[in-house]
Write a protein that binds this ligand. Structure first.
Ligand SMILES: CC(C)(COP(=O)(O)OP(=O)(O)OC[C@H]1O[C@@H](n2cnc3c(N)ncnc32)[C@H](O)[C@@H]1OP(=O)(O)O)[C@@H](O)C(=O)NCCC(=O)NCCS
Length: 140
């Protein structure tokens, strides 16, 4: 593997973003929606093996003290090789004085605990697809 990280949205194949999210079982949208979401993010990280996109992550932030991480995904063949850790680590480094929040996919909490994230006791969410998120184990 020849891992390369990219920190902007140039030359991204947005349909691949949707495909990767679908492959790993995360929520996905049409390619134009992903383009808007990543382009409007404060930090983006895309991981490539040579020219093949193999993972990504992004964060929204005020650039001062608050940030939220979304869409962290690594293709199954590349999982367990430190790529997810590298993606999140670069996101954290780009907002050095920020608090970070996120909601982990059920079963992925340990990945974030290894990166020093801790469960929140008072986290609240207002999801557009509230019933589906409840069924998937994100809310009570
Ligand atoms: C979760 C995910 C991003 C992790 O990426 P990854 O590249 O496989 O993770 P890494 O290899 O960087 O792992 C970093 C550390 O976390 C641990 N880890 C990773 N996934 C884990 C899991 N599901 N449970 C427990 N530990 C886990 C690794 O063992 C490793 O530990 P180490 O530093 O002691 O060696 C990836 O598995 C993925 O894309 N999963 C599907 C999509 C998803 O659920 N994304 C998260 C949305 S919130």
């Amino acid at each position: 593997m020849n891992l390369r990280l990219q920190f902007d949205t140039s030359n991204i194949q947005w349909e691949r973003v949707a495909e990767i999210l679908q492959t790993v079982g995360m929520a996905y949208h049409d390619s134009a929606t992903h383009k808007t979401a990543f382009e409007n993010s404060y930090v983006v990280v895309f991981a490539f093996d040579e020219d093949e996109m193999i993972g990504f992550g992004r964060a929204l932030s005020d650039g001062a003290y608050q940030a939220a991480i979304y869409d962290v995904a690594v293709l199954p063949d590349y999982q367990g090789k430190g790529i997810g850790k590298a993606i999140v680590g670069r996101i954290l480094a780009k907002c050095p004085n920020c608090n970070f929040i996120l909601y982990a996919a059920p079963g992925k909490e340990k990945f974030y605990e290894k990166l020093n994230f801790r469960k929140m006791k008072t986290g609240m969410a207002l999801f557009t697809n509230a019933e589906r998120m409840k069924q998937r184990g994100f809310t009570e």
